[in-house]
Design a protein around this ligand. Sequence first.
Ligand code: UFG
Length: 332
Amino acid sequence: MKNILVTGGLGFIGSHTVVELCKNDYHVVIIDNLSNSSIDVLDKLKKITKKEIAFYEDDVCNKEALKKIFKKEKIDAVIHFAGFKAVGESVEKPLKYYRNNLDSTISLLEVMDEYACFNLIFSSSATVYGKPKSLPIKEDFPLSTTNPYGTTKLFIEHILEDLYTSNNKWNITILRYFNPIGADKSGLIGENPKDIPNNLMPYILKVVTKELPVLRIFGDDYDTVDGTGVRDYIHVSDLAYGHVLALKNKKEGLKIYNLGTGHGTSVLELVKTFEKVNNVKVNKEITKRRPGDIDACFASCDKAFKELGFKAKYDVEEMCLDAYNFIKKNTN
Ligand code: UFG
């Protein structure tokens, strides 16, 4: 497998995965419609990797565009990131989420089938575990969702299972991500949403750069070490490397892996670590719980370690350093 199509390759996780793919001598072809990414990222990727990267500004829902790419680029495998991902927006506009995330995936699968490309890695999320009955979360835990975004991820997982049952030529890896943060060591790429961020780390960064006044910590009465929510933060470059391991995996068929670190960190612990390693203050206040949030969520990483050899290298300190390094280099 040499030629890898990366859908959504200019987004946060997609762009970091492109870096890891290039480092491992894959030839990368990106399709991205720039709906939540910027074309500047492409130049930055070329600068970091010093490799040729083919780019198509197109929508994955557009089958004709996809066919042209498959005809021209001889794609061996696809890593599918493209999709809408804002939890809150998905509650307000469910049809937008179902239409886009499902349509794009079905179009992609149909075109892959037509061009006899049966290797797929799908970007799923720990959100499919809903409120887990115990911790750490294993891949065979029951699945449920609390918002339409999460439901699109779960529906797509079901579609992929049915597809594999229909034709076991398919070689599919579902990766369930925990909470990716941090940024490439170069500081050239990272996560810097245009709108008000939904997620914790981009929000912290906007408070530190004074674009937003204060970090609201959503609840301090959870059943956790200090009452604030606990999550499994993973450095985005570690997560990205997980995709390389998934491509190299000898095991065929339909496989599902958690990608996390196995460690839980509370909101307050993350904020304190950020302040300490970067020597800055984060203006913060405790507010009420955010609807739909759970107390704690962290991964069992045993399966990914056993079958892929996956183990996260970076700790939360490194994640905080790299996130701040990126934002310092990319704001005035
Ligand atoms: N939080 C705050 N203030 C903020 C933002 C977040 O206190 O401004 C807290 C949350 O309450 C939670 C923690 O920080 O306790 C992490 O919240 P994020 O929004 O960063 O991440 P979530 O775990 O809620 O959700 C993320 C992704 C989802 C994905 C899920 C998988 O946003 O897409 O992880 O577990 F599905």
